[in-house]
Design a protein around this ligand. Sequence first.
Ligand SMILES: *Cc1c(COP(=O)(O)O)cnc(C)c1O
Length: 393
Amino acid sequence: MKYGVNEQGYYGDFGGAYIPEMLYPNVEELRQQYLTIINDDSFKAEFNQLLKDYVGRPSPLYYAKRYSEKYGANIFFKREDLNHTGSHKINNAIGQILLAKRLNKKRIIAETGAGQHGVATATVCALMGIECVVYMGEIDMARQAPNVSRMKMLGARVVPAVSGSKTLKDATNEALRDWIGNPVDTHYIIGSVVGPYPYPDMVARFQSIISLETKKQLLEHTGKELPEYVMACVGGGSNAMGMFYHFLDDESVKLVAVEAAGKGVESGHSAATTFLGKEGVLHGSRTILMQTDDGQVVEPYSISAGLDYPGIGPQHAHLFKINRAQYVSVTDDEALQAGLLCCQLEGIIPAIETAHALAQLEKMKFNPADNVVVCISGRGDKDLDTYIKYFGY
Ligand SMILES: *Cc1c(COP(=O)(O)O)cnc(C)c1O
């Protein structure tokens, strides 16, 4: 693959595995084994069976008629919101739990900010009967109490991270500390296309089912495999990478990645990484991140918890730098309005993350014959409180 990872774990200038020496054995074991395991026929059979019977795949490719009329093009929604647990995150969680089983791991750890990845991880651990520990910032636990309860109901232990800002980065530190202390029996499930190599490549492969299905479904709908545009929101970038993956080498397909501008890119309250960020190292890989002049990570802000991340995965940094994909951003207000529009035009309440991708449609100029696919990364049930507060319903 032209835009894929090289043998050293890099995408152009980005990627690699910048990890403390004590983590080297864990990451090296994964690096040596992941491709052999996930390309094995028995792995593929079990993965595909669970995606079908447990997750509910293939997710539909829905022709959004009223959106198409409004925006003057053929707009399709790839319905990851219909997956079990309500978003694309389950695709990766299933892949990694099957991998962990084949590596003889007896224990799973994860970190979570909003709790969505924690819930997906707790779900697959329940499914497999494997011990699950989720690290979560103390402040995030208070903000996302329903997801904490969900994880507990699913049998996970949720451990508060009480250091630093008591949010995602502190939870990540706690998870890494745990992994260093338990290198033999524990697998660390990372929830996006971030982290040291091989995680970005591994997660992208698990999520690539999204674009694999889309190609076949587009052929049925339109008689052509290739659309003119593919669009997705970007936090760390896993739903976008899954949506882009099988279109990357088709240079005619325009890829549009939508970041969270928060209160505006110049407001000081934003998560528009490609606009505000610089090259550096975050969570084990060389990428683009929001940082101060002396290299401290800047706290990001977005109304959407899933996009509230100071970096992007290294493959995205590469696609941005070489201009293979276009990176844009959408504010909180634009996203919430787009979320409401989707409710009222299509009867679908999208996650606020997803609403960012939908808001970008307002800013595009299409030709009437254009086929446009938007990844509906998740459903909005988890965001009802935010919508209700904003619109006063
Ligand atoms: C977590 C999440 C995202 C952001 O994560 P990516 O890795 O960028 O996909 C987007 N949408 C939903 C619904 C999410 O739960």
